[in-house]
Design a protein around this ligand. Structure first.
Ligand code: ADP
Length: 271
């Protein structure tokens, strides 16, 4: 037949090709949309601190104030500046993750070292929030990976547990266990918990359950300078876990607390 002689694909092959192109186009379109949304969200997040800095500067320049008031203004500007730095650093990291440019170190890492170091670094924050931050069993568990990034992953999770749990008599508990070939890091808090509706989106970039509460205008005005949420911490933690062949799981009951569980493949032990 003519098609075959001219080396043209058969009709059904045309159909298949067209369907494949359609799928590719749809995927590209979705990727563009995500990229656009990401840029829009990033701009929005950066605009808020920029607007506040602008307002603070204008006020300071147009009104004659006491040194004390100027000092407070500078402190608020500094806090907004730190917030922007943290957002930009996270964005740079995620951008490099997206292009696959990021290379992790591959070394033998003991998860108990990571857990201990993270908890130690976060003790002051826990004290500030009047939270009892404690560790349970921390056996030696060896994984292959990048200790700096594994620490960042765990710090993001423990810091959240502290940030969202508050008050005398509350707890954040970190422990390690083994299940078959997996090392498991558990971070348990008895904070407010997370409604199940939100769980599927928690790892999305910029997703926050309660944007207003994370960093309210009131907090800003009463000078309680809190580390503001960026909504990027869990996406970064998940990316690090995935890059190490692992996974992050969340169980949460509103009113009772949350359990974050990171599973990482252990280095096989020669028996
Ligand atoms: P953020 O910078 O806002 O903390 P994350 O990506 O780290 O961003 O977390 C996303 C959202 O998940 C948070 O804004 C918070 O609403 C919710 N969340 C995370 N960890 C906890 C927790 N331990 N208890 C309650 N809510 C949490």
């Amino acid at each position: 037949d003519l098609r075959r002689r001219l080396h043209l694909p058969r009709r059904d092959e045309f159909g298949e090709l067209a369907a494949t192109f359609d799928q590719m186009l749809a995927r590209l379109e979705a990727a563009f949309k995500r990229q656009n949304q990401f840029a829009a969200d990033a701009s929005h997040e950066l605009r808020t601190p920029l607007t506040i800095i602008n307002l603070e500067i204008n006020q300071a320049l147009t009104q004659s104030q006491t040194p004390e008031v100027y000092r407070n203004t500078l402190e608020r500007i500094q806090a907004e500046n730190e917030q922007m730095t943290s957002i930009v650093n996270s964005l740079l990291l995620l951008a490099r993750a997206d292009t696959g440019e990021f290379t992790f170190y591959k070394e033998e890492v003991d998860l108990s070292d990571i857990a201990l170091a993270s908890v130690e670094r976060l003790l002051p924050l826990a004290q500030q929030h009047k939270i009892n931050l404690a560790t349970g069993d921390l056996p030696e568990l060896l994984v292959e990976g990048d200790s700096e990034h594994l620490s960042r992953m765990l710090m993001n999770i423990v810091e959240n547990a502290i940030k969202y749990t508050s008050g005398v008599g509350t707890h954040v508990y970190v422990e390690l266990t083994v299940e078959k070939a997996w090392g498991i890091i558990r971070v348990q808090d008895d904070g407010p918990g997370i409604d199940n509706d939100h769980l599927p989106y928690l790892f999305d970039r910029f997703y926050r359950v309660d944007k207003a509460r994370t960093r309210s205008q009131e907090e800003r005005q009463t000078h309680v300078i809190q580390p503001g949420g960026t909504g990027l911490g869990l996406s970064i933690a998940q990316w690090i876990a995935h890059s190490h062949g692992g996974e992050v799981y969340i169980q949460s009951t509103p009113g009772e607390g949350s359990l974050f569980e990171v599973r990482l493949p252990l280095i096989a032990q020669v028996v």
